[in-house]
Ligand binder design. Structure first.
Ligand code: NAD
Length: 305
């Protein structure tokens, strides 16, 4: 079994981006790549994801501008702030940390982001470019993370049968389009799919983004499959686990007290399939790296303009 190691590839990507940024800045007066993160509210999971993004930025010589709003902020105020960031030449990428509170229109807010600064690739314009397989599209970070890890481990996508579990706008749907663009034959499963097991077993490449802990057990896979687990689910950690994690990630935050598990029961399927991404250490780290790949790309484009 091949372990699709997202941490390892994240670190490789980090080194590549660090060199790219310093090479581009050498002898130039151009500003460093800068990402604006808009956060609404104070979800501990969001706080943790933002910390990871800040850390990654620091490592590659980029800057993160963290704009944190109270949960009761108005849609108009958020839109005004995004419009201001759109016009700021020192800001190259803008993301809205999801989820945002109900009552705010996610689509309206995200679509305010100038498409060239949309490094999460979630604006309507970028999603349309993805469906048209247009060269200027910006892939959503998680989707780019999945494609990058498959390509890094030389897993052929062209002509293969890919089955995705999950049809969200954030992961499942854009991933289906991206895999179609790579010439896979794609099936998308969801809560209304009858006989999920039969569908998942047909896959050459099975990608699970359902948000349901250990949904995929040994009965859902067959020999020779490649399995990519996008799911992130939290349960309580054992005390020993929590102590161990707290020594690795400091300062300790809410997320470190809970055990993170994927949508796939890794232990149950690892000896059946031919390759699998773990949780943690798979697509999570790749998503952060991919976000900054997008940032560095649009920074270069904007610097040349
Ligand atoms: P979502 O809740 O918006 O969508 C879940 C999808 O899965 C839905 O289409 C639903 O129909 C389907 N689904 C749920 N349970 C199912 C079941 N039992 N059988 C069949 N289909 C089922 O979630 P999302 O935003 O797409 O995220 C999915 C998971 O991926 C979550 O665990 C999330 O935390 C994780 N995620 C991880 C990353 C990362 O960087 N690794 C990024 C984004 C999302």
């Amino acid at each position: 079994m091949i372990l699709l190691d997202g941490k390892k590839l994240r670190d490789l990507t980090m080194d590549q981006l660090k060199s790219e940024v310093s090479d581009s800045l050498a002898g130039s007066a151009a500003p460093k790549p800068q990402l604006a993160i808009i956060q609404v509210g104070d979800l501990s999971e969001s706080n943790s994801y933002i910390s990871q993004k800040k850390l990654f930025a620091e490592k590659i010589g980029a800057i993160v501008l963290h704009k944190k709003f109270e949960a009761k902020v108005s849609e108009a105020d958020l839109i005004q702030e995004i419009n201001r960031l759109n016009l700021d030449n020192n800001i190259h990428g803008i993301i809205v940390q999801l989820p945002i509170p109900e009552g705010l229109s996610k689509h309206k807010i995200i679509d305010t982001i100038e498409p060239i600064k949309d490094v999460d690739g979630l604006t309507a314009i970028n999603l349309k470019k993805l469906s048209a397989n247009h060269a200027s599209m910006i892939l959503p970070a998680t989707v780019l993370g999945v494609l990058s890890i498959l390509k890094h481990y030389e897993i052929q996508i062209d002509g293969k049968k890919a089955v995705i579990v999950g049809r969200s706008m954030l992961v499942g749907k854009p991933l289906a389009l991206a895999l179609l663009n790579e010439n896979a034959t794609v099936t998308v499963c969801h809560r209304h799919t009858k006989n999920l097991k039969e569908e998942t077993k047909l896959a050459d490449i099975l990608i699970v983004a359902a948000g349901s802990a250990h949904l995929i057990t040994k009965d859902y896979v067959r020999k020779g499959q490649v399995v990519v687990d996008v799911g992130i689910n939290f349960g309580q950690k054992t005390e020993t686990d929590a102590k161990k994690t707290a020594t690795i990630y400091k300062p300790e935050n809410e997320i470190t007290k809970k055990k993170m598990v994927g949508d796939v029961d890794f232990e149950a399927v690892k000896d059946i399939v031919s390759a699998i991404s773990p949780v943690p250490g798979g697509i999570g780290p790749m998503t952060v790296a991919s976000l900054f790949q997008n940032l560095v790309r649009v920074w270069k484009t904007q610097s040349e303009a």
